[in-house]
Design a protein around this ligand. Structure first.
Ligand SMILES: [Zn+2]
Length: 239
């Protein structure tokens, strides 16, 4: 694929090959501003790639180097996600500056880029995640408008369409076996959500992150029957 070189000084050495892909949105007014920041030595942030709304792909950091995009994060027991991952920044103003749908040309490039990365590194479908999945208390990106289903239909990442799932919703403040099972399921999928049986503020953040990825019609931090059915469906895929 056609990649525009736009080197950033913000990287260091990898100690192991990446096995995870993290998708972000830039969350800035323009793509130009985001590229400038991700290449600014003083900002100490970067990503391997930036994908513009018109579909142009910029390479900032070589994949064999460790870019600085994840921050404090966790997925499937791993905390140093920068070492474990390739990071892709997708241009979008984000929730702060006017969140809007990702154009088709941009998503087509993201799909092509993810496919290309997976020709080089072993990245399982259950390790293609959003920044909010790995840092649910801090991050909202790439957000509930990102078409994870389309990415999965192209062969990248997990998706499930479960049957209708009745069941009482679980929300903040509740306790018991249902909450414990929910947290255990999130942990098995990859989230940092040690089962306690108490639906606390962190659990609500994890439910919200899960919904942004896999239950985009309802992003409210309340685990309704369909949210739980989708979680169970994903785990049955072998995640
Ligand atoms: Zn991010």
């Amino acid at each position: 694929m056609n990649v525009i070189e736009a080197p950033s000084p913000n990287f260091d050495a990898r100690t192991s090959p990446p096995d995870t892909i993290v998708l972000h949105y830039t969350g800035m007014q323009t793509g130009e501003a985001a590229l400038e920041r991700l290449r600014d030595p003083g900002a100490k942030v970067s990503a391997h790639y930036v994908v513009e709304e018109d579909g142009r792909v910029f390479r900032l950091v070589p994949e064999e180097r460790r870019a600085w995009h994840a921050g404090v994060s966790f997925w499937k027991g791993v905390r140093d996600i920068n070492t474990a991952s390739v990071g892709i920044e997708i241009v979008n103003p984000g929730h702060e500056f006017g969140y809007r749908p990702f154009p088709d040309a941009q998503i087509a490039s993201v799909i092509e880029l993810v496919a290309d990365i997976r020709t080089r590194w072993t990245v399982d479908d259950d390790r293609i995640v959003g920044h909010s999945d790995i840092a649910p208390d801090r991050k909202e990106d790439p957000g509930e408008l990102f078409p994870w289903q389309r990415l999965a239909q192209a062969g990248h990442g997990l998706w499930v369409e479960p049957p209708a799932a009745p069941g009482a919703p679980l929300g903040e403040g509740e306790e018991g076996a249902g909450v414990f099972a929910l947290q255990a399921g999130f942990t098995r999928l990859g989230y940092d959500c040690a089962p306690s049986g108490k639906f606390d503020g962190h659990t609500k953040s994890v439910v919200t992150a899960f919904q942004r990825h896999w239950r985009q019609e309802k992003v409210d931090g309340v685990a309704d029957g369909e949210t739980r059915a989708r979680l169970i469906g994903l785990l049955r895929l072998g995640a």
